[in-house]
Design a protein around this ligand. Structure first.
Ligand code: AMP
Ligand code: MG
Length: 425
């Protein structure tokens, strides 16, 4: 009989009874990570991009009063003849910000400017382009008008008492404008979570250091810095930590004093120098997961003191995949925002893609819209989890679900844009 080596569980297994699905991992993150509890009142401009902490109720109607949407003439429509032309005397002018007190009688109208409050006794504004001006004080109008035309109704945009900005949303430029239109000068927002991170590995050197044999430059801290910079968090870069338990314990202790979330890269697989696991087990409450995704299978979630901990794999592409799938949702939750699954779009694959059933794969793609507005996607070449240029050339993940096998050109696949969390926070 042929002798065979029974492989120990590792990153190359396709089916693994211990691995959990992507959705299961997200549910576990949601169960453990809660929003930071401290709130801040900030001047309106400083609230841009922050997470609103309380429903804002409008104290006003917007617009506050019925007003004109056009430059024209304000009339009571039932004083206009149902057929032919009606001559009207202009007995007053209403400007934006300067109301007109004159109440027109039958046969009269008021000159009105855009944004001016509608005077009493009128119900319709006829555009100036639709009247005959006979002299300075006399116009003619025809019968072709609807009651209420060219009027903005009080409260048609916002009504008093309405919730105008919900808690847990990220505050946008338009939100600033809406809140300003209500005369509100500050909002209550969640404190920004502090996210600390460090890289682990004896092989890693930082920029500026000599690259001796067997060493590589640390790239993960730069991709992480880039990703975190686009989120509403404060960032703490703790550098490179060597693969030894004492240094790792020190670094984790320091990080836990300052951060709401600690991210590490590397050292969580089954290598001989992968100590993160041991140290975390010693520090307490930690879960080690194998997630049925590729790349990025091993992931560690835990807490140290009041900080949450997410241990990412070391491979540079796996770092970016797990960040996008797990760290972003964790940060959404921590920052008080709603956890939103990344949006997927259908695209036609231009290439054949190799895929074995079993795990969710995140291949790197270049998505483009064709002339009809449909998305197509091509791959970026080699898909190894260490090939970081496959990310920098791409703009999206091609997300292939567990049951999916090889993809042929022309097949429809799902894509997820790298920057999904900027629009979906
Ligand atoms: P590990 O999970 O520590 O075994 O690392 C897996 C692979 O990723 C190894 O080839 C490491 O050299 C590489 N790697 C780990 N950390 C980094 C880093 N910060 N920058 C670049 N490559 C890394
Ligand atoms: Mg390592």
């Amino acid at each position: 009989m042929e002798a065979k080596i029974q492989a120990a569980p590792s990153c190359v297994d396709l089916f693994d009874s211990e691995s959990i699905s992507l959705d299961e991992a997200l549910q576990r993150i949601a169960a453990r990570v809660l929003p930071v509890s401290d709130l801040q009142k900030l001047p309106l401009r400083d609230c841009l991009g922050r997470i609103n902490a309380a429903d804002v109720v409008s104290p006003l109607n917007i617009p506050p009063k019925n007003n004109s949407a056009m430059d024209g003439f304000a009339v009571a429509l039932d004083t206009i003849k149902p057929e032919g032309l009606t001559e009207l005397k202009v007995t007053g002018t209403a400007f934006a910000g300067i109301p007109c007190d004159t109440r027109p009688q039958p046969g009269e109208c008021i000159r009105i400017m855009t944004g001016a409050i509608l005077p009493d006794g009128v119900d319709t504004v006829i555009m100036q382009e639709q009247v005959n001006v006979l002299d300075d004080n006399t116009i003619q109008v025809d019968a072709d008008h609807r009651p209420g035309e060219n009027i903005r109704r009080a409260g048609e945009d916002i009504s008093e008492g309405q919730v105008i900005l919900e808690a847990d949303i990220k505050i946008s430029p338009a939100d600033l404008g809406v809140i300003a239109s209500l005369g509100i000068g500050e909002l209550s927002v969640y404190r920004k979570p502090v996210v600390a991170f460090f890289s682990t590995g004896d092989e890693l050197v930082s920029i500026g250091e000599a690259l001796e044999d067997g060493k590589i430059y640390d790239s993960n801290r730069y991709s992480l810095f880039g990703l975190l910079s686009r989120l509403p968090v404060d960032i703490l870069d703790l550098g490179v930590i060597r693969d030894n338990p004492d240094d790792i314990r020190d670094a984790l202790g320091k990080a836990a004093e300052q951060a709401d979330l600690i991210l590490t890269t590397g050292g969580v697989s089954v290598g001989e120098a992968d100590y993160i696991k041991d140290v975390l087990e010693e520090l307490g409450d930690t879960e080690f997961w194998k997630i049925a995704i590729k790349p990025g299978r091993p992931l560690t979630l835990g807490s140290i003191g009041n900080s949450h901990f997410l241990g990412l794999p070391g491979n540079p592409v796996a770092v970016m995949v797990t960040f996008s799938q797990f760290v972003v949702p964790a940060i959404q939750r921590l920052s008080g925002a709603l956890m939103q699954p990344p949006r997927l779009f259908d695209a036609t694959s231009k290439d054949s893609l190799r895929k074995k059933p079993g795990r969710t794969e995140f291949q790197r793609g270049i998505a483009e819209q064709d002339g009809q507005g449909n998305w197509t996607v091509s791959k970026t070449g080699k898909q190894g989890s260490g090939i970081l240029t496959s990310m920098s050339r791409a703009n999206c993940f091609i997300v292939l679900p567990p049951e999916q096998a090889n993809v042929e050109p022309g097949d429809t696949v799902h894509i997820q844009f790298f920057d999904w969390f900027i629009t979906q926070f």
